[in-house]
Design a protein around this ligand. Structure first.
Ligand SMILES: *Cc1c(COP(=O)(O)O)cnc(C)c1O
Length: 351
């Protein structure tokens, strides 16, 4: 059972009365044999496969399978075109342009700000501490009545660390609106790190998950929001009718049939993360390597822009975060295969 949450009060007023677009397949449930309702090609697709029919607009099977994997009910799961779609829909549903704002805790993922700004929604920033943790009291104090969404990211991108669970819960308890907890990298953080099992106690928390990282399905573009069924219902209300293609739904279902493959790769990536961190620590130009609970390392260099440019010349691309507040001098390096990590180390040795 979910604790109470007044979703209607949080919703933008005009959405309280509008109705979602009803697709041909939405209005029908039963065992039809002849589908002449959606102007599809009756002969099939030019490439074979079941692609000539519009996909399930609700992605029912995928929600059930993902809910099963996460241990929540299917009606607590929204699936979309990457978690980026869920971020965009959350802003669109709960923030009135020009009137309401979101809260972010930099340094963090840039999409929260992009989504807000693209809808004319303001952004309140509360920096993380030097240890890249939440100052929960400071975050709660910064949440004004017009702040409808607080975006937290754990493990955080680009710093790599988990946020303290007690701090996340303090922010959730102090937020008048929703707290969006982005767990894109949670599979790399070890057992018990996710707050999904605690959602029943955290009615105003929406957790984002993605198939793009641990599952190795970035090209399929499938992400999820997990939370209170009424919040999920709101996202369904305003999403595009067929937001997730049939190919994407099938790809994600195929992935969920093989969690052991995901867990095996995560184990290898985590082991490789430790190996790479040890090797990088031996390099004279490396000043610090931050603890990572994700599949990347935030590494401080004596001359980050120079190192970044030198790596590019040698065909090794990393992410330059050196101009981001609290990340001065840092590059974000994704953990690759052993061969890729050796290529990185070789390139560094050449500089
Ligand atoms: C990579 C990443 C995502 C994933 O986004 P998708 O749209 O699902 O690919 C979400 N949040 C963070 C913080 C990320 O770094």
């Amino acid at each position: 059972m979910m604790a109470d949450l007044d979703v209607t009060a949080l919703l933008r007023p005009h959405l309280r009365t509008t109705r979602p677009y009803s697709s041909a397949r939405d209005e029908y449930s039963g065992e039809a044999m002849v589908f002449l309702d959606a102007n599809e090609n009756p002969y099939g697709s030019v490439v074979g496969g079941p692609w000539h029919r519009y996909p399930d607009p609700r992605a029912t099977e995928l929600r059930r399978a993902l809910g099963g994997w996460l241990g929540v009910a299917a009606d607590q799961v929204f699936v979309g075109n990457g978690s980026d779609e869920a971020i965009d829909l959350l802003v669109r549903a709960f923030c009135e342009p020009g009137e309401q704002r979101i809260v972010v805790t930099p340094p963090t993922y840039g999409m929260y700000r992009v989504a807000a700004e693209s809808h004319g929604v303001g952004v309140v920033e509360v920096e993380l501490t030097d240890a890249f943790q939440l100052d929960a009291g400071k975050v709660v104090a910064a949440i004004e009545p017009d702040c409808r969404l607080v975006f937290l990211c754990s493990p955080n991108n680009p710093t790599g660390n988990l946020l303290g669970r007690a701090d996340v819960e303090t922010v959730a308890a102090g937020a008048p609106g929703l707290v969006v907890l982005d767990e894109a990298y949670i599979d790399f953080a070890g057992d018990g790190a996710s707050l999904v099992p605690d959602l029943a106690k955290l009615p105003n928390v929406v957790i984002l998950r993605t198939f793009s990282k641990a599952w190795g399905m970035a090209a399929a573009r499938v992400g999820a929001a997990v939370g209170h069924p009424e919040v999920i219902g709101v996202l369904d209300h305003i999403k595009l009718p067929y937001n997730l293609s049939g190919l994407a739904q099938q790809a994600a279902l195929d992935a969920l049939a093989h969690p052991e493959r995901m867990l095996d790769m995560v184990g290898r990536i985590v082991a490789e993360r430790g190996w790479l961190a040890e090797r990088l620590a031996e390099r004279p130009e490396v000043r610090a390597i931050h603890h990572s609970d994700a599949n990347f390392l935030l590494v401080r260099f004596d001359d980050a822009p120079g190192t970044y440019a030198g790596l590019i010349e040698r065909g090794v691309i990393v992410r330059d975060r050196s101009r981001v507040a609290l990340c001065e001098g840092a590059l974000r390096i994704t953990v690759g295969t052993r061969d890729e990590n050796v290529a990185l180390l070789d390139a560094l040795a050449e500089l």
